[in-house]
Design a protein around this ligand. Structure first.
Ligand code: G6P
Length: 612
């Protein structure tokens, strides 16, 4: 069925509209289109078939704008052709519409008598002409729509924009669903909140007969010309349950999707145990020149970058730095010639990462430096993907839970592929090492599947965290960032204060916190650091700390008093961080569920942080 997405923001919303339409694809449709208001013009693209066709057209025409409406059409009046696809335009008005205008024929006759020419067979086009006509009597777009609505019979929802009104989006709900997604400095509309979940979890559910006027910073709702208040509600989980399938939360579903998501991500780059010839082909010249790598990211994506730093240096002998984007962008970093700048971002829209990228590009251009930029991202149409020289997609599918899970592990898989490619181009890794690692990468989904078998055991352990106020996560080497990630997950969804530490730092501070009320989570894969880690475990136990160890089945770490052990299937030390992400995700998830928090939409947090 038809779907509407629209919005008004500071930034260009082209990608948000496209992504929104994609999230409505499950509803079934036969054509798609969008219109953006920019520079006193309506910029429109429409295509028959999939949203991907529209996306391709938009990428080619580069249309952009911060005010716009978009639509997936399921044909009712008129065949599925480009001319019949929405938005429909009359003069300077553009309209998207769900539902049916029952009296469209008589309205059409009247409009034709007035000289309006119809370019489609749809019922929708009458609305565009009626609003255009009403604007002869009033300069107010809202008032014009208000005059048109009583003339329309049927059940419908509308999104309306006008070139002379670049600061407002008008929407109408009359028998067809329409929600307003409330953002910060930006507001959106959709026929289904699912389309807007990556942007906000705050919604106004319009009532039948409501007409609303959205600006970037305000939402006014009117009934019969009188202003009314409609409450802003946090996500109504029940409504979006359908797409969670058998799972209670998106987060759990996304945890279980990881084997497949990783397989998808590596499939694009590998041919058997070799890198495909066309994988990042266009980047080869840049890769051969680069001397070092600077990774920029936020949140969970930053933790993926931290692991990549170990990999870059250990595996291909390329120096790599990683920095939180909000720090990088404001500390006047020295931009260095022959550096590859890598942005890691699930959304590709995170404000700080994007600003850091743009700033880097500006500084490099000012000094005529030769740098290259690359994005690792889950959203093909995102700003970062468009604005960097090269990109590598994580094919994780939409991630809805605010706490990132499958985006993180697919970022790790993608980073490993990138590292192998750079090593191959620079000839700093032996061919047989590439083969060994790619063979292990192929095996990772199976190891994750086996690791997921520990779900029940982890659920039982999580009971012991339920009443805790604090928790420590420890790991060494590439497990240090996993310790940080485990602590981040636990704090963001269960609201338990948690810290991640490099186990070697234990004696430099955190040991002072350890007592018999302090759970300490240990990440213990089979690697060179295992013996040292075991010493750290002794130090914790000697202070009465209770250990929760995720340990390789061959590690020799066993259950004992105040030491709980979950055995993790064997995996090569190099890929262990991908696999050890799983138990920390499950632990946080179960603790959060037991504590009754809002797992998918934790308080105060947003999925996509597009403001500073
Ligand atoms: C928010 C999300 C995190 C995410 C971070 C960076 O904080 O809640 O899950 O890791 O933003 O987002 P990005 O889209 O750039 O990866």
């Amino acid at each position: 069925m038809c779907g509407i997405v629209g919005g008004i923001a500071e930034r260009s919303i082209t990608n948000i509209l496209i992504e929104g339409l994609k999230r409505l694809e499950y509803r079934g449709y036969d054509s798609a289109g969008l219109a953006l208001i920019n520079g006193g013009q309506v910029l429109r693209e429409r295509r028959v078939g999939k949203v991907a066709n529209l996306e391709e057209a938009v990428n080619e025409s580069h249309i952009a704008g911060s005010l716009g409406i978009a639509h997936t059409r399921w044909a009712t009046h008129g065949k599925p052709t480009e001319n019949n696809a929405h938005p429909h335009i009359s003069g300077d008005v553009a309209v998207v519409h769900n539902g049916i205008i029952e009296n469209y024929q008589e309205l059409k006759d009247d409009l034709e008598a007035l000289g309006y020419v119809f370019t489609s067979q749809t019922d929708t086009e009458v609305v565009a002409h009626l609003v255009n006509d009403a604007l002869k009597n009033t300069p107010s777009l809202l008032e014009a729509v208000r005059q048109v609505v009583p003339q329309l019979k049927g059940a419908y929802a509308l999104g309306i924009v006008h070139t002379d009104h670049p600061n407002e989006l008008i929407t109408v709900r009359e028998g067809s669903p329409l929600v307003i997604g409330v953002g910060i400095g930006e507001n959106f509309i959709s026929s289904d909140q699912l389309a807007l979940l990556p942007i906000t979890n705050r919604f106004i559910y319009l009532e039948e007969g409501d007409i609303a006027r959205l600006t970037r910073t305000s939402i006014e709702v009117f009934v019969d010309g009188n202003r009314v208040e409609r409450p802003v509600k946090e996500l109504d989980a029940a409504v979006s349950n359908a797409s969670k399938g058998e799972y209670k939360h998106y987060m759990l579903k996304e945890i279980y999707e990881q084997p497949e998501a990783i397989q998808q991500t590596i499939s694009q780059a590998l041919n058997g145990n070799a890198l495909r010839d066309d994988f990042l082909k266009n980047a080869e010249a840049d890769f051969s020149k680069i001397q070092q790598v600077q990774i920029i990211a936020c949140g969970t994506s930053y933790h993926a970058g931290m692991i990549a730093k170990y990999w870059f240096e250990q595996l291909i002998n390329v120096s790599a730095q990683v920095e939180i984007a909000s720090e990088f962008r404001y500390r006047s970093p020295v931009i260095v010639n022959n550096t590859l700048y890598v942005c890691i971002s699930q959304s590709g829209e995170t404000a700080d990462t994007l600003a850091a990228l743009r700033d880097t590009q500006k500084r490099a251009a000012a000094k005529n430096l030769d740098i290259a930029t690359l994005t690792i991202c889950n959203v093909a149409t995102s700003s970062m993907v468009r604005e960097t020289d090269h990109s590598l997609l994580t094919l994780a599918g939409p991630e809805i839970g605010v706490a990132s899970t499958k985006a993180f592990t697919t970022q790790l898989a993608a980073l490993m592929l990138l590292i192998l490619k750079i090593g191959q181009v620079k000839n700093t890794i032996a061919a047989e090492n590439i083969e060994t690692i790619t063979a292990e990468l192929w095996h990772t989904p199976k190891v994750i599947l086996d690791t997921l078998q520990n779900n029940e055991a982890i659920l039982r352990l999580s009971e012991l965290f339920k009443e805790k106020q604090h928790c420590l996560f420890l790991g060494r080497g590439t497990q240090f960032p996993i310790a940080l990630e485990g602590a981040l997950k636990l704090k963001e969804i269960s609201y338990i204060h948690a810290e991640g530490y490099a186990a070697g730092e234990l004696k430099h501070g955190p040991l002072a916190l350890v007592d018999n009320d302090m759970p300490v989570v240990i990440l213990a894969p089979q690697d060179d650091m295992l013996d040292k880690l075991k010493s750290n475990m002794e130090e914790v136990q000697a202070r009465g700390g209770e250990l929760f160890v995720f340990a390789d089945i061959n590690s020799g770490v066993n259950e004992k008093d105040r030491q709980h052990v979950v055995k993790v299937p064997s995996i090569s030390a190099v890929l262990a961080p991908i696999v050890y992400s799983i138990p920390v995700q499950l632990l946080s998830y179960h603790v959060a569920v037991l504590r009754g928090t809002d797992v998918d939409q934790p308080r105060n947090l947003a999925k996509s942080v597009t403001v500073e």
